[in-house]
Design a protein around this ligand. Structure first.
Ligand SMILES: C[S@@+](CC[C@H](N)C(=O)[O-])C[C@H]1O[C@@H](n2cnc3c(N)ncnc32)[C@H](O)[C@@H]1O
Length: 720
């Protein structure tokens, strides 16, 4: 049988038999033909090759009929024909091009010319064939044996080989072709590492034990492992992966099923892993599924949770947005040149706030009112209860990293150059971004203006503290924040661990995702000719960067014609009224009048304060100090601008010496049980009066060709 298979159905002689299911059927079907031939040829000289077989077969049969002789080269080579015939499938095929005289019926499966002249009916033959197909494969028992169709090796008779393909042979060839196309790589991709490993081992075994096998590896593996009659024996099925039906667990267990309870969607996977590794979890208290709504409600009632609407949304800009040329960044204030040496430590000693554990450090915290950030050295309630640690919170946010935590990004505006927008929400008064840069002395600033920045369009300079300048040319992203007459943020200077720092805070209404961040520059162009048109688009836009000239005039009028009370009110409203005079070209006469009124008023208030002696009137004290400091600042600016003619954009929201003194008194007197709160509220009132933005922006006046260019400005913080 083996030798029969070897000689039959193979294009070229092979030393190894191919044991395939198709072969068994094929051989079963075709053996009748061969046997009939062998019967006829039994007595003739045995052939030694398939070619001989053909010759024998054709020699013993007469020519079928006369046909026009075709050239051999034109005749299709039979060994190359791989056509598919339904007759072959049905088993009733009459193979090939027959010679006349050959009993075609005997070639059919249904013939009665089975080996040894057995008289099995076609039905029983088919039955046996089916049995043979269903049988397992093994070397010991081949299906052909059951069919009693074995052919002894010594009786090997060369027979004419059918050039048509049987159905199984055809299928095998298709699979083989497919595999050839897929190639090794294709097979590898369909095999799991475990499969490969198993197959590798089995292949070794197979090679060692059954070297005569050929065919797909999977089949050999099955044969070797004894998985007989397995459906995966089919080469087509062998390459197919078992499909795993996905189970929608979330349908029954909720959307968060399987998610780690500590998972933070704002972090990257790596950071989440790190966080998980670093946190000790109390696994016993964790539940793998969400609590039922009633339990969730109960939990909320017990533990409490701030309700937030809308939930924080992160909305980064789509890629490909125009970005500013890379600027030198620094996220910390850096002293440059002599600044560090000149810098003095804060004159004011840190004092503890008087907040209680019951109330926590809330909006009534004195440190908060004084624009001092609480820390472990000056806070009475500790980190957990304190809400006056904005800069510390910002540091933590930035430490976490990611665009969401940074929360801002640069955008290109239509008509104001670059700007900054939020890509998440911010609560009212929440810190957004710190304004950092290089801290330089006034001399250094002048030098930079004359040399380094002489061709610049924009300047990012602010008067900072102790007459230092904060230059954000190398600084944080906050330098790109534009002005608006109806801003949604405010720039605030606070003392953090004894050092002043500036940051942008959300305004009263908080910030929504995608809003452009703005604050009021109170831009002072220094000269009317340098007034810049404002394009903020607010309904109440003043039209220029800075106060309207009319407002300035009105303020001046109130200063000159109003009484002391009115003047004081004007002063408390902010020093804009004083600085505004430099935004427009105020007539010298008016200016002199203003100076006189200012001096008189200051003197009066100061006298009053002295007369009151030890009894502090917080508001007035504050006003006095403000006016004094204001005068000082003004002169500083005048001097500065007259000397260097540099433009300064100033901002200040700063406590005064007086308010600090009051605060200390209040802390001391807080122990007095009679009126502790009244004292404190007077301090608060004093502090509140100081919380006025004092922002001045002065356009750079003519300094040669570069100095006279419009649009050049620097912003300087001014101590109030
Ligand atoms: C500190 S820079 C702000 C960032 C600037 N837009 C940029 O592209 O670098 C200040 C300059 O921005 C422009 N600017 C800011 N707000 C403006 C506004 N509301 N209207 C017109 N120009 C504005 C002015 O030219 C101003 O001198």
């Amino acid at each position: 049988m083996l030798s029969f298979l070897q000689n039959f159905g193979k294009r070229k002689p092979s030393s190894q038999p191919i044991l395939t299911r198709s072969d068994s059927l094929d051989s079963a079907m075709l053996s009748t033909t061969n046997d009939s031939v062998s019967k006829a040829d039994k007595d003739s000289t045995p052939a030694t090759s398939t070619a001989d077989t053909s010759s024998i077969a054709f020699e013993t049969t007469p020519k079928p009929r006369e046909r026009p002789e075709r050239s051999r080269s034109l005749r299709p080579s039979r060994s190359n024909i791989s056509s598919y015939n339904e007759n072959v499938l049905s088993g009733s095929a009459k193979h090939g091009y027959r010679k006349k005289g050959v009993d075609t019926a005997s070639r059919a499966v249904s013939g009665e010319t089975l080996v040894d002249g057995t008289t099995d009916s076609p039905t029983s033959f088919l039955h046996q064939t089916t049995q043979g197909l269903n049988q397992g494969w093994s070397l010991g028992s081949l299906p052909g044996d059951n069919l009693n169709m074995s052919v002894k090796t010594e009786d090997r008779v060369t027979r004419r080989k059918s050039t048509r393909l049987s159905v199984f042979e055809f299928a095998s060839s298709v699979v083989e072709q497919t595999k050839t196309v897929l190639g090794k790589r294709g097979r590898e991709t369909t095999q799991t590492p475990v499969m490969k490993q198993e197959m590798g081992q089995s292949a070794v075994t197979l090679n060692a034990e059954t070297p005569s096998f050929e065919g797909p590896v999977t089949k050999r593996l099955r044969l070797a492992n004894g998985f007989e009659d397995s459906p995966s024996l089919s080469p087509l099925r062998a390459t197919r992966k078992p499909s795993i039906r996905p189970v929608k667990r979330w349908l029954s267990q909720g959307l968060y099923v399987g998610q780690d309870p500590d998972f933070d969607p704002r972090l990257t996977t790596a950071k989440n892993k790190l966080k998980k590794a670093n946190t000790k979890r109390v696994t016993s208290q964790r539940r793998s599924v969400l609590p039922m709504p009633m339990f969730a409600g109960q939990r909320n009632l017990e533990t409490g949770r701030n309700f937030k609407l809308p939930f924080d949304v992160f909305s980064p800009l789509p890629p490909g947005q125009p970005k500013p040329d890379e600027w030198k960044k620094t996220h910390k204030n850096v002293f440059i040149g002599d600044a560090a040496a000149v810098w003095r430590k804060s004159r004011f000693e840190a004092s503890r706030c008087v907040c209680t554990l019951e109330s926590g450090c809330d909006h009534s915290c004195l440190n908060r009112h004084m624009f001092y950030e609480c820390d472990d050295t000056n806070c009475n309630v500790g980190q957990d209860l304190c809400t006056n640690r904005s800069f510390a919170g910002l540091k933590q946010r930035h430490k976490k990293g990611g665009k969401y935590n940074i929360g801002v990004e640069v955008i290109k505006t239509a008509d104001r150059g670059y700007g900054v927008r939020s890509n998440r929400t911010f609560e009212p008064h929440q810190i957004i971004v710190e304004y950092t840069g290089e801290i330089i002395t006034q001399d250094e600033c002048d030098d930079r203006m004359e040399n380094r920045y002489k061709d610049n369009e924009c300047f990012y300079l602010m008067e900072f503290d102790q007459r230092m300048i904060l230059d954000a040319t190398r600084g944080s992203i906050a330098r790109f924040i534009n002005h608006s007459c109806e801003p949604n943020c405010e720039m605030i200077k606070m003392t953090v661990a004894g050092k002043p720092r500036m940051a942008l805070f959300a305004g009263e209404n908080g910030i929504m995702t995608g809003e452009e961040l703005t604050y009021d520059y109170n831009f002072n162009p220094y000269s009317v000719k340098n007034v810049q048109q404002c394009r903020c688009g607010a309904p109440t836009c003043r039209g220029v960067l800075g106060p309207k000239p009319k407002e300035i005039k009105d303020a001046l009028k109130s200063l000159t014609t109003g009484g002391k009370r009115k003047l004081q009110q004007a002063i408390e409203d902010g020093i804009q009224t004083v600085t505004k005079k430099r935004k427009i070209n105020i007539p010298t006469g008016v200016r002199n009048a203003l100076s006189n009124v200012k001096a008189q008023t200051t003197g009066t208030l100061a006298t009053k304060r002295t007369a009151r002696g030890a009894e502090p009137d917080a508001d007035k004290k504050d006003s006095v100090k403000m006016s004094l400091r204001r005068s000082k600042s003004t002169s500083m600016l005048e001097k500065s601008s007259s000397k260097t003619k540099t433009a300064v954009n100033t901002y200040s929201r700063r406590r005064s010496t007086a308010t600090l003194a009051l605060k200390e008194e209040a802390v001391e007197e807080d122990g007095d049980d009679d009126h502790p709160m009244s004292r404190r509220s007077s301090v608060k009132a004093a502090a509140n009066s100081v919380r006025k933005n004092v922002v001045r922006t002065v356009k750079r006046g003519g300094r040669g060709a570069a100095g006279g260019r419009s649009g050049k400005s620097i912003r300087v913080i001014e101590d109030a």
